[in-house]
Design a protein around this ligand. Structure first.
Ligand code: TPP
Length: 325
């Protein structure tokens, strides 16, 4: 595994990001239960190795387009966690000044083009960003995160076709967490997702999304190909989804045993810890120190978000549309 050759600082950064996503999502779940968060959330816990394995290869000028389950993508792409928490609480200090909420977090300065409530919305957006990079010859790449549900949308088929016809520097990161809402992907998805991409003439790889190093290695190849003018790649990343589809989902379509086994056997943080400690790359103390600092950071984010004001009434119509000039 090439990822195991990463320098110590990069390994620590990968773990810090994955841990931040996990603690952030567990905390958002608990805070939702208090009733103080307006709207709805779709939690990313369990899928951390996918966002981080992909985004660790990207710079601020590389672009990602996300989904309704976007918190993990935002954190992995470097969005400010305090701003995200405040956004989810609908506060004026939020990353979108409290007017977007969980499903519309964006930070163009970080190349995070936005979470997106439209299933299958991200592939065309990422193709647009990749076309810009290609026309301007910047060597930047774009990533479309989408789900096993999103991959069945017509928008994805059209994007795969255009990406290959125009040889765009785009990576389709299909996160297959086994379900679209309550429908199993085995019930709703025909054939093989990688072979669909191969049908459009682009390379594709199925990746174990519990294994940060597997995702990181597969993405490394895809990014290199894209930056060198070799065109698009599809990664079919298989992950668990720890929570229900959304915060109000009773999640009765999976048994308690199934969910407990998933958390026990498919935990990317535990897998990472075992890998790096067995290889003597990091010590348990190194990782415990990250755990402590992440917990303190998320506590601080919640306290600050709770203490902040809601957007003032007179700002109701500002920041609703992007101002380009
Ligand atoms: C175009 C469109 N159709 C339907 C929905 C309703 N919807 C929201 S999330 C979702 C399931 C998406 O599943 P998947 O793409 O696998 O992502 P996951 O929720 O598993 O992360 C659906 C059908 C939507 N938001 N947009």
């Amino acid at each position: 595994m090439q990822g195991l050759q990463l320098p110590r600082e990069r390994l620590l950064e990968a773990y810090r990001l994955m841990r931040t996503i996990r603690v952030f999502e567990d905390r958002v779940s608990a805070e939702m239960d208090t009733g103080d968060i307006p709207g709805n959330t779709h939690l990313y816990a369990g899928q951390e190795a996918s966002a981080v394995g992909v985004c660790l290869h990207l710079t601020d000028t590389d672009r990602i387009a996300s989904t309704h389950r976007g918190h993990g993508h935002c954190i992995a792409k470097g969005c400010d966690v305090d701003g995200m928490m405040a956004e989810i609480f609908g506060k004026a200090t939020g990353i979108c000044r409290g007017k977007g909420g969980s499903m519309h977090i964006a930070d163009l300065g970080r190349g995070m083009l936005g979470a997106n409530g439209i299933v299958g919305g991200s592939p065309p957006i990422a193709c647009g960003a990749a076309l810009t990079a290609k026309v301007n010859r910047t060597r930047d790449v774009a990533v479309a995160f989408t789900g096993d549900g999103g991959v069945n949308q017509g928008t994805t088929a059209e994007s795969l076709n255009l990406a290959r016809v125009w040889m765009l520097p785009v990576i389709f990161a299909v996160e297959d967490n086994g379900f679209g809402e309550a429908t199993a992907s085995s019930f709703a998805t025909a054939g093989d997702i990688c072979r669909r991409a191969e049908g459009y003439g682009m390379p594709a790889r199925k990746v174990d999304g519990v294994d940060f190093f597997a995702v990181h290695d597969a993405m490394g190849e895809a990014v290199e190909r894209a930056r060198e003018g070799g065109g698009p790649t599809l990664l079919h990343i298989v992950t668990p989804r720890y929570y229900g589809h959304f915060s109000g989902d009773a999640d009765t379509y999976r048994s308690a045993e199934e969910k407990a086994a998933m958390r026990r056997d498919q935990d990317c943080l535990a897998r990472f810890r075992t890998r790096v400690t067995q290889a003597s790359l990091l010590t348990p103390d190194d990782l415990d120190a990250v755990d402590r600092s992440v917990s303190a950071a998320i506590d601080g984010a919640v306290l600050a978000a709770r203490a902040a004001d809601r957007p003032a009434l007179e700002t109701l119509l500002t920041d609703v549309y992007v101002r380009y000039a």
